[in-house]
Design a protein around this ligand. Structure first.
Ligand code: MRU
Length: 339
């Protein structure tokens, strides 16, 4: 495994990095989108056009459009107030930096709220947590969302084991979460996604912690495909299913789960396996090994939607939503307008 830095010096390169998942995960998409708009302003590109390209690079994570919008609004306001190109570009960069800072702060708060919730739901403090996809420092201005809670538990001495779903087809769990768990010295075990059922049946899971790409007004949660089956398993086995996400992942303009656009990705991600060292994904990003006959069709949604009745709690930086209902989500959103 190696950690490498990808430098994007123009907007098309950043759009490509987003679409090939070199830059991925809801909070980081928001931060990258905001920096992308400031890059456009600094380079003298058409900022509105760049903002549109960036916001549309991927459809499901609402943070991307949010980050782009915040930076583009800062640019518009600066221009309106008479700033020249340089002044408008600095104002846009300042907006991106502020979003980045706020995300780091949100991450710290989610970790604290999440650990308090775990300790309340599971007294005795020896947690075996199952997680899916990647939600750590690699997708955040801070230490992440769900992963940050597990890390907080680890630091408090109450994490017995982190079960890491490999997360087919692009292996965010195996390639990224296992890496982050190892570098933090956490006790972790990797499993194939289809092994989760037997793990629950064996009584080895105390809680599921996942992130989110978009939370609808009714509390429906879109997250990496494979999250919904975990929620069904958790319900059956009476295990808390906890979603950890910043307030910016809640989209009051999306009324329910059916209204969330789920990104459909290319068939080759399923019919071929990618090399673990690939930075992004795509035919040119590394070695791809065919695992199905040539021409095989594939069903490859990047996300699935978990209905609110399967979610025990949503942990945000503003506090915990539980029970997860439209009314409770609205109350949290109202609180964020007062902050
Ligand atoms: O397709 P990806 O890798 O961008 O999907 C990411 C996820 O589904 C994450 O779980 C989600 O964005 C939360 S990240 C803190």
């Amino acid at each position: 495994m190696e950690e490498s830095t990808l430098v994007c010096t123009d907007v098309p390169a950043l759009v490509d990095a987003i679409q090939t998942l070199a830059v991925r995960g809801a909070p980081l998409l928001g931060i990258a989108g905001a920096y992308g708009v400031s890059l456009a302003a600094l380079r003298g590109y058409d900022v509105e056009e760049a903002a549109e390209l960036l916001a549309e690079a991927r459809p499901t994570a609402v943070n991307l459009a949010y980050g782009v919008r915040r930076a583009a609004e800062a640019h518009r306001a600066a221009v309106k107030n008479g700033a020249g190109p340089e002044g408008a570009a600095s104002a846009t960069l300042a907006a991106a930096r502020e979003l980045h800072r706020q995300d780091a702060e949100a991450s710290r708060r989610m970790a604290a709220h999440g650990l308090a919730l775990l300790d309340e739901l599971l007294p005795g403090g020896s947690h075996r947590i199952l997680t899916h996809c990647n939600t750590g420092a690699l997708v955040s201005g801070g230490e992440g969302t769900a992963f940050a809670v597990a890390l907080e538990a680890h630091r408090a001495g109450s994490l017995r084991r982190l079960w890491v779903d490999e997360t087919r087809p692009l292996l965010q769990g195996a390639r990224l979460t296992a890496y982050e768990a190892a570098r933090n010295g956490m006790a972790y075990t990797l499993l194939t996604d289809n092994a989760a059922g037997s793990l629950f049946a064996a009584g080895e899971v105390d809680a599921v912690l996942i992130g989110a790409d978009r939370i609808a007004a009714d509390g429906s949660v879109a997250n990496k495909v494979g999250s919904y089956p975990l929620a069904v398993l958790a319900k059956y086995h009476h295990v808390p299913f906890i979603v950890v996400a910043p307030r910016t992942t809640i989209d009051p303009d999306t009324p329910d789960g059916a209204s969330i656009e789920v990104e459909q990705r290319a068939a080759y991600e399923v019919t071929e396996l990618t090399a673990p060292h690939a930075v992004g994904v795509g035919p040119e990003a590394g070695t791809w090994l065919p695992v199905a006959p040539l021409g095989t069709q594939a069903y490859n949604p990047a996300f699935d939607v978990t209905p609110p009745e399967l979610v025990t709690a949503i942990v945000t930086e503003l506090g915990v939503v539980s029970p997860v209902t439209g009314d409770e989500v609205a109350k949290l959103c109202a609180r964020s307008r007062q902050v």
